[in-house]
Design a protein. Structure first.
Length: 314
């Protein structure tokens, strides 16, 4: 059995996630995803549960992360009946120290193996807060204990086969690395979500889009976009930037073509001006005033003065 633990902020988000159907449910052909196994100090429908958890949360308004979310996954092929699954949830609550607090156990049927989600309130009715230090060690120890008690397949940590100095090194999921690279490649040429989706489908992924986004590969392995650094909000921001960049490039092209056409149109005009300038500088082309003799120019000037005097005396 594998255990995973998350300390979160929102009871609404956690309860909605555990009780609502996910968009990829239809893709995988699975129905009746959520099945409530047990309640502790709470009850009712989804809205009532959210209100009850938040009422106790108000006892410690300064606590940023009051949500404890645990997922317990059985090995493929292993199954427990409802009674044993509920007992598994209660055993986990005791070992992790929240058996006196509000918690809820939910069975999910949306994958090829049984797994249970536990939503617990870290704040007790006395206002005290459950500590969250060493949670990963605690949940791993509980899983080893539960495997023996419920006759489940025992899981050995891969780190046990490593040298002592290598056990502290982080592990990498190659499938997530590949997903991250595929998303980056798809974003390079996509200007909107439809283009991005088409590229990802061509790479063999199915996409589930709701409040967030998830990708399902050809092996039916699901991964959230946020797990590889590409949440839905980040994808939308990047696609918006791509669209704006494409619009800017589109508007620049007409400007360049217009300037080029303007240069082509002005070239003949410039040649015409040059030709006229040459003609004006030639000696054989003179105006009528330039062709008059000296005597004719004097007579012309006297006559012009007489006309001005007559106009003044009128």
């Amino acid at each position: 059995m594998i255990g995973k633990i998350i300390i979160g902020k929102s009871f609404r988000g956690c309860i909605n996630y555990c009780l609502e159907n996910k968009p990829e449910q239809q893709i995988l052909g699975l129905e009746n995803r959520a099945d409530i196994l047990c309640f502790n100090l709470c009850g009712g429908d989804k809205r009532e549960l959210i209100n009850q958890f938040n009422e106790v949360r108000n006892l410690r308004p300064g606590l940023a992360k009051p949500v404890m979310h645990i997922a317990l996954s059985l090995a493929p092929g292993e199954k427990l009946d409802r009674e044993n699954l509920a007992a598994l949830v209660d055993e986990c609550a005791k070992d992790m120290g929240f058996d006196k607090n509000m918690y809820l156990g939910v069975l999910h049927n949306d994958t090829g193996h049984q797994h249970v989600h536990i939503i617990a309130n870290r704040i007790g009715f006395d206002g005290k807060t459950l500590k969250d230090n060493h949670n990963f060690r605690k949940i791993a120890a509980f899983c080893r204990k539960a495997e023996l008690k419920f006759a489940l397949q025992q899981v050995l940590s891969p780190r046990r086969f490593l040298a002592e100095n290598l056990r502290g090194l982080p592990r990498h999921d190659l499938r997530k690395e590949q997903l991250r690279q595929d998303i980056q490649d798809a974003l390079k040429g996509a200007k909107n979500y439809r283009e991005f989706e088409q590229v990802m489908k061509a790479k063999g992924y199915q996409i589930a889009k709701g409040r967030g986004i998830a990708f399902i590969d050809s092996q039916k392995v699901r991964a959230k976009g946020s797990e590889v650094g590409y949440s839905l909000s980040r994808l939308e921001r990047q696609l918006l930037q791509n669209a704006k960049a494409a619009i800017r490039i589109y508007h620049r092209k007409p400007e360049r073509s217009q300037n080029m056409s303007l240069k082509i149109d002005l070239a003949p005009v410039k040649e015409l001006i040059k030709g006229l300038a040459k003609l004006m500088t030639q000696d054989d082309i003179k105006t009528p005033a330039m062709q008059m003799s000296y005597e004719e120019k004097q007579a012309y000037g006297i006559a012009k003065k007489k006309r001005k005097k007559k106009q003044l005396h009128r």
